[in-house]
Design a protein around this ligand. Structure first.
Ligand code: BGC
Length: 257
């Protein structure tokens, strides 16, 4: 199986995006192809969309997909911003059956983190870093000396007695019609709390809001350096492809041992 090129897919609250990735260079080698997330975003409806994306690329090879919830061995365990019917579904199986390709699914923030650490703003970082994706939800991934702890759901810590995600994500800014300064204050509170809990040396901000960094970076007061993600919108796709490469290699090694 050729693992140099893998189809990476990012399942988001508003769109499902895919592109073929050069996994050595961490670059997209095709344009991104985006299909709006079906509503309701049930597993079966999204499986159909993933099938359309594989067809669009006439793809038969390995696929990696990032999903906005906890994923254990391909099984969804949470679904904060998508339909509850995802919980406990074996997504590796569902998507592989729908597409006829071998699909590996991981948490979307973990995927983005893998890409940023290998090719982007976290490259060669020593110590502890956290990548926070700010979009519909708050995705978090922590690396220490390049090693990741999967499924760290720090977007759901409590802030003012409620889920931080409801208070400080980009969707909250839009929902509460906040100006950037007000929202930046909320986001800064969130970062200070994260800092108290895990003391990262570096904080990387990814996801949709990272494109508007100039509007809120000046308001951030953490001791840790805060930097924007380098791969921006592509990190989820690139990282999903990298994770698929990792699992395919691991499975091959296990078969041969
Ligand atoms: C989910 C995370 C996900 C994040 C970003 C959160 O609501 O719980 O698993 O990584 O949204 O999509």
């Amino acid at each position: 199986m050729n693992l140099k090129k893998i189809l990476g897919i990012d399942i988001g609250g508003s769109g499902v995006k895919g592109a073929i990735v050069d996994t050595k260079k961490g670059e997209l080698i095709t344009e991104r192809y985006r299909i709006p997330t079906p509503q309701p975003a049930t597993p079966e409806a999204v499986a159909e969309v993933i099938k359309k994306i594989t067809k669009h690329f006439k793809w038969k090879g390995p696929v990696g997909a990032g999903f906005p919830g906890v994923i254990q061995q391909g099984i969804a365990r949470t679904a904060a911003n998508v339909d509850d019917s995802w919980i406990d579904k074996d997504l590796n199986k569902l998507f592989s059956q729908a597409t006829g390709c071998k699909v590996h699914v991981v948490n979307d923030a973990d995927a983005a983190g893998m890409a940023e650490v290998k090719f982007g703003a976290g490259k060669r970082h020593k110590g502890t870093l956290i990548l926070i994706t700010v979009g519909t939800g708050l995705g978090t991934v922590v690396f220490t000396n390049g090693k990741l702890v999967p499924n760290l759901e720090l977007g759901h810590i409590l802030l003012h007695g409620a889920d931080a995600e409801l208070y400080a994500t980009d969707a909250a800014r839009k929902r509460d019609e906040l100006d950037w300064d007000t929202w930046a204050g909320r986001f800064n509170e969130y970062l200070l709390r994260i800092e108290e809990l895990i003391w990262p040396d570096k904080i990387i901000i990814g996801g949709g809001a990272s494109k508007k960094g100039e509007k809120f970076f000046p308001h951030l007061t953490t001791k840790a350096k805060v930097v924007p993600a380098k791969l921006m919108n592509e990190a989820g796709i690139v990282g999903a492809a990298m994770v698929s490469k990792y699992y395919n290699k691991l499975e091959k090694k296990n078969r041969n041992s």
